[in-house]
Design a protein around this ligand. Structure first.
Ligand code: ATP
Length: 238
């Protein structure tokens, strides 16, 4: 499809002899919020790592904004507007909130624009503004998740990959994070969301993919997946 911002074709990834991703095809269109759900160890994180050049690809192609990006490193991808918020957040614990946000803008040199975007991030996450000069390592898990998302927004991404943003968070914080994901999506950022919280992820998304043992086993509108008896039995605890 012509409006695909990301096309993954025949993607295979292995760790030594273990095939973690076994030849998958999927795409994300401009402006969409797409959820990739699946159990522990299904290969979701590996898929995101392959897209962002953090894990070598055994076979297949990754096309972002019309160009093959296989083998490109994270730095080049961020410059092209493809950002990832990794599982476990990966904030710089010994830097302040403000410094972490500046790190997110390391590919930019428009100082005024960067300052304006910091204010925009503070608008989305007022908690970060209150704690602007606090060391990131002293913040709660939820606050660190907010910071990781804020940092990713600082590179003005066109496509944002989110890996398990709700993991380990309190129910209130999970609500807040999903609310913000919806907001970011409404602001026009295309999102690929990897989640074990299948219900919430599908409620938010337009389309979804189900991953099992390295393969994509189902796809469709998020609503259809939410009501599919197989999805309900395997991933929604029914
Ligand atoms: P989770 O939600 O638990 O992160 P996932 O769907 O993201 O699961 P992956 O982390 O991509 O799954 O793992 C897919 C498979 O690859 C698993 O069998 C896992 O054990 C294996 N794997 C992941 N990382 C490595 C690694 N660095 N070395 C060897 N095997 C790995």
């Amino acid at each position: 499809m012509s409006d695909a911002i990301l096309q993954v074709k025949g993607l295979k990834v292995a760790y030594g002899g273990i095939q973690a991703v076994k030849g998958i095809d999927f795409e994300v269109h401009q402006g969409e919020l797409v959820s990739l759900i699946g159990a522990n160890g299904a290969g979701k994180t590996t898929t995101l790592k392959a897209i962002t050049g953090m894990q070598p690809v055994t076979d297949g192609s990754i096309i972002y904004a019309g160009k093959a990006v296989n083998g490109k490193g994270s730095y080049d991808l961020v410059r092209l507007g493809l950002a990832m918020v990794p599982e476990g957040r990966g904030v710089f614990t010994r830097m302040t909130i403000h410094e972490n946000l500046l790190m997110g803008a390391y590919v930019r040199n428009d100082k005024k624009g960067v300052e304006a975007d910091i204010e925009r991030v503070f608008g989305i996450f007022p908690r970060l503004k209150e704690r602007r000069d606090q060391l990131a390592g002293t913040m709660s898990g939820g606050e660190q998740q907010m910071l990781a998302m804020g940092r990713a927004l600082m590179c003005q991404p066109k496509l944002l990959l989110l890996d398990e943003p709700s993991m380990g968070l309190s129910p209130i914080m999970v609500d807040k994070i999903f609310e913000v994901i919806a907001d970011i999506s409404k602001q026009g950022v295309t999102i690929l969301l990897v989640e074990q919280n299948a219900k919430r992820a599908l409620e938010l998304a337009r389309r979804g993919y189900v991953m099992d043992s390295g393969a994509l086993t189902m796809t469709g509108s998020a609503d259809a997946l939410l009501h599919d008896p197989r999805v309900r039995a395997a991933y929604l605890g029914e």
